[in-house]
Design a protein around this ligand. Structure first.
Ligand SMILES: [Zn+2]
Length: 260
């Protein structure tokens, strides 16, 4: 009986949860409501404020706000945009929560030569947020676990001897087969959306190439940052492919001064 309910559940879930990513137009499955997604953002933020040290050092906060506000404008989204700097020199990273609150680690600034390069990282992170990547991953994980439950029910009906083994294999399979490629795909998508966003915010998209090439070399692949990210050569190839479109947008941008 349970199996039949589950078998009906998957297409139903897929039907009600369809969305489209900005810029790429990719079809997504998002089961979280906008309210749930926001709540998740605020919950994460509460944890960050508890565990991290926020700094108002203008050397970091001024460029973060200056660049952030321009990218936020380019999204065209009326979120409650806020920009924070976390004091931690060891982490070259940044992230943006679903509520539009962006956090940049001081450790990133070692790799940043100008606003365009800061825009490269911030627009990538903002892209994750406006494409609802966290909500999508939560949804895919939920659906995968429903699918795994269905499969193990089917197996249970057939044999009990190897069931534990099958279930373990299904669990690993769904992690490696579904969740991991998903996160890599989201990383490429954030690069794509981010490149267009930065160009529309009048930051030179060619600086994205300069930044990633330099970052890959000097950070030896990026300690924390690259765990689920595409390899730097794949990333750079994709950026080069998208560059003509990005430059076209940069040439007609109106949110700031272009460097001629
Ligand atoms: Zn990313």
């Amino acid at each position: 009986m349970k199996r039949h309910i589950l078998l009906w559940l998957i297409p139903l879930l897929l039907l009600i949860g369809c969305a489209k990513a900005p810029v790429t137009g990719r079809t997504q499955i998002i089961m979280l409501s906008p309210e749930q997604e926001m709540a998740l953002g605020f919950q994460t933020e509460k944890e960050i404020f508890k565990t991290e040290k926020i700094t108002n050092d203008p050397r970091y906060l001024l460029p973060t706000k200056r660049v952030g506000h321009r990218i936020a404008k380019a999204t065209g989204l009326d979120l409650d945009w806020k920009f924070y700097v976390i004091e931690n020199d060891k982490i070259p990273n940044a992230f943006c929560l679903a509520n539009g609150h962006v956090f940049v680690y001081t450790g990133l600034f070692k790799y940043i030569d100008n606003d365009d390069q800061l825009a490269t990282v911030m627009s990538h992170e903002i892209a994750h947020a406006i494409a609802h990547h966290v909500a999508e991953r939560v949804s895919v994980t939920q659906i995968t676990s429903v699918a795994t439950a269905v499969a193990s029910e089917v197996i249970r009906a057939k044999t009990s001897q190897y069931q534990a083994l099958y279930e373990a294999a299904l669990g690993i399979g769904s992690q490696v087969g579904v969740i991991l490629p998903y996160s890599r795909m989201q990383e490429s998508e954030a690069d794509h959306i981010g490149l267009i966003l930065m160009a529309e915010a009048c930051y030179d998209p060619r600086e994205a190439l300069t930044f990633w090439e330099k970052f890959a070399k000097t950070s030896k692949g990026g300690i924390v940052y690259f765990s689920t990210h595409p390899s730097s050569s794949q990333r750079i190839e994709q950026l080069k492919r998208l560059m003509p479109e990005a430059i076209k947008r940069y040439n007609v941008c109106h949110l700031g001064d272009r460097v001629e």
